[in-house]
Ligand binder design. Structure first.
Ligand code: 5AD
Length: 351
């Protein structure tokens, strides 16, 4: 698909045309990755963050939240819970918490791998040093998630300041992760103030160029205590062809991502489930997605990992992570039982 075609789909509002897009994405999904929905247990291990991203509620300047860091024992307990629920992957996610030192994380990965043979470990710990990423890979980590957020460099720099004099280059980090042998995941934020339709189309094309194993994109949800949520009126100027940060645009991005990257693992994201608690997740799965990441963070910390508001009010999947299987079967799919590795290099699924 060319850039202009992606843009016209992103602008499409005719329901019958969109119905065709959903059907095409669903067919491409079935033919390339089959009917299985892979389950990843998300564990938010620390809300400390040293960065100043203009969109994120965990930014260092936000003094209004109580920070938490889980102990190794607590994290292992969650990983065992993932196994009890039959999930094949745990995702360890945090802010950029430099007290999570490389050695501690390496030991944690080794313990999960030892205690839970066959469990895939995905890390989502932000922009860390190449030596740290190498150590974690040697310790057994399988995958790394790092969204590039937007491929528009100017917009990215405005909303994602570097650290000291070090500019942030997530494309470079993703290449390094690939060389280390990780499966790599990335994605974009949809509807950042200042993001144009053509920026978002470029993001979708970048997914393909980066040859990603996993592609998770979600709607931008303004957080009131951040610059992009209106704090200090420091908003980024709106682009002339501003992309909406709504549910419909998020489905379009999922569908177009599936069509452009047919073999990728694509999650139906939490932010989508926040915009539509009733059926956001299912609709994502019916419009191209094949992965769900239920939140397994212990209750006492759940409300504190406030990347964006609204996450705290738990929906059914988050309250009863076992219920996800029924929901998946209700839309005619099956819940995966294995690790759900990247099908990028595997043979096409047989019908
Ligand atoms: N709305 C939606 N998603 C957000 N993220 C951070 N802040 C927000 C927000 N306000 C996403 C970023 C990050 C991921 C962990 O959460 O894309 O990579």
């Amino acid at each position: 698909m060319q850039r202009d075609e992606i843009i016209s789909w992103l602008r499409q509002d005719d329901p019958s045309a969109l119905e065709r897009l959903w059907r095409l994405a669903d067919t491409v999904r079935q033919e390339n990755v089959g009917g299985e929905v892979h389950l990843r247990g998300l564990i938010e291990i620390s809300s400390y963050c040293g960065r100043s991203c203009a969109y994120c509620g965990l930014r260092i300047e936000n003094a209004l939240i109580r920070r938490f860091r889980m102990s190794e024992g607590e994290i292992l307990e969650c990983a065992h819970e993932a196994r009890r629920l039959g999930y094949g992957t745990v995702v360890l996610q945090s802010g950029e918490d430099f007290a999570l030192d490389a050695g501690k994380v390496a030991r944690l990965i080794r313990r999960i791998k030892n205690e839970l043979p066959g469990m895939a470990v995905t890390l989502s710990l932000g922009e860390r040093e190449p030596e740290e990423l190498a150590l974690w890979r040697e310790s057994g980590a399988d995958r790394y998630l790092l969204r590039f957020e937007t491929s528009n460099r100017e917009l990215y720099d405005r909303i994602h300041p570097g650290l000291g004099d070090k500019p942030s280059d997530r494309f470079l980090i993703l290449r390094g992760l690939r060389e280390l042998g990780y499966e790599i995941g990335s994605g974009a934020l949809i509807g950042i103030p200042g993001q144009s339709y053509s920026d978002l189309a470029e993001d979708v094309l970048a997914f393909d160029r980066l040859d990603l194993d996993m592609i998770g994109s979600g709607p931008f949800i303004p957080h009131p205590d951040t610059p992009l949520g209106g704090l200090n009126g420091a908003e980024v100027p709106r682009a002339e062809n501003q992309v909406p940060n709504d549910e419909l645009t998020a489905y379009k991005v999922i569908a177009l991502t599936r069509i452009v990257c047919p073999r990728a693992n694509i999650p139906s994201t939490t932010a989508l489930a926040v915009l539509n608690r009733e059926s956001g997740r299912e609709l994502g799965l019916r419009r191209g997605a094949n992965v769900v990441m239920p939140n397994l963070t212990p209750r006492q910390y759940r409300g504190l990992y406030t990347i964006y508001p609204g996450k705290t009010c738990l929906n059914e999947v988050e309250n009863y992570p076992g219920a996800i299987r029924e929901k998946i079967e209700a839309i005619g799919r099956t819940a995966g039982t294995g690790r759900g590795d990247s099908p990028r290099h595997a043979a096409p699924a047989m019908n």
